[in-house]
Design a protein around this ligand. Structure first.
Ligand code: ZN
Length: 335
């Protein structure tokens, strides 16, 4: 029975994914090109993000810091394919599942790299680290042993628009196109292989957390990323896809905004009451149905507020979103 179900789900993946990646699975190293690797993290079980790494002549650059437990999971897998030292860990943004593993990378000889906005976001949300009241790290540490046992380590090597790593064989361009999932989103682009690592600016499944971003800007940022002409897109969460994945993600926000715009002048309670209809309308669209998920009410509220509306009553949706985000990222793990 299990294997039948498994076959059925693989088969449905095969419909939306390019054949070489049709058998993608969680926690398995995939070779995308010589020296270029992708690893889909165990989001459901451990809250881990996806990782990538590129083996340069003298060092390895890792894409995304993950949670401490995620970093510890990846390091032996990198060491299994190369003996080059891991020198750089690129945080695609400031969220815990992408940056809280930084100290683990530092302890293994790497320097955390990020777009400068990541530090600004950390100053805003990681108040505990910067000498204020307990912030997100302290909150996460209540539920995650790996976080409780580690320490926040903000990135120390920063760029504004871009940073380039090139040894003549491999080239990675770390790029910032503006706000999307957060105000410090960075992409990792491999122009020779036409492979793009997006962090959570693009996901492949119902994982869009909109709380720290701006959905209008997000669409523009994805437009800029699409101009790169990627053939393979490695999302922040969910399986690897083709260049079309960027368009799918973008279409999701275009369609969500279209639906909310129709109600932009209505009262918050009316918009909240219309959430099931909006959900249904989006689920009918084959291209984006897989993006409709648990954060949906909060996504509708976010867009409505961006369009000038007031938050839903007692901002319950926002609270739910925080809660669901934490759960999606493994906060329910009591280890
Ligand atoms: Zn995120």
């Amino acid at each position: 029975m299990t294997s039948l179900l498994r076959c059925a789900s693989l088969w449905s993946f095969a419909l939306v994914l390019p054949t070489p990646f049709a058998l993608a699975e969680v926690n398995k190293v995939e070779t995308l090109a010589p020296g270029v690797y992708f690893h889909e993290g165990d989001l459901k079980g451990k809250g881990h993000c996806n990782n990538g790494w590129v083996v340069f002549e003298d060092y390895v650059l890792v894409i995304d810091g993950n949670f401490p437990s995620g970093a510890k999971e990846i390091i032996p897998k990198i060491k299994a394919v190369t003996d080059k030292p891991i020198r750089f860990a690129f945080d695609t943004h400031h969220h815990g599942d992408h940056a809280y593993g930084n100290l683990v990378w530092v302890e293994n000889g790497a320097t955390p790299v990020a777009q400068a906005g990541v530090i600004e976001e950390m100053m805003k949300y990681e108040t505990g680290y910067y000498g204020g009241k307990p912030g997100r790290w302290e909150n996460e540490a209540k539920n995650r042993k790996d976080v409780a046992e580690s320490k926040l380590k903000p990135p120390t090597l920063l760029f504004n628009r871009d940073m380039i790593f090139d040894d003549g064989r491999h080239r990675i361009e770390l790029l910032h196109f503006g706000t999307a999932h957060t105000r410090g989103d960075g992409f990792a682009w491999l122009p020779k292989e036409k492979i793009l690592f997006t962090g959570d600016a693009c996901v492949n499944g119902p994982y869009n957390y909109t709380g720290d971003g701006d959905t209008g800007e997000w669409i523009k940022t994805l437009e800029a990323a699409r101009k790169l002409g990627a053939k393979v897109v490695c999302p922040g969460h969910g399986p690897v896809g083709t260049g079309e994945l960027l368009a799918d993600q973008q279409t999701y926000f275009v369609e969500l905004r279209k639906q909310v715009k129709k109600l932009a002048r209505k009262k918050p309670s009316d918009v909240q009451a219309a959430v099931p209809q909006i959900k249904e309308a989006l689920q009918k669209q084959q291209r984006i149905a897989r993006y409709v998920g648990d954060f949906f009410t909060a996504q509708v509220e976010k867009v409505y507020v961006e369009m000038g509306g007031k938050p839903f009553s007692s901002s319950k949706a926002g609270g739910d979103e925080q809660e669901q985000h934490a759960q999606a990222h493994g906060a329910d793990l009591k280890r």
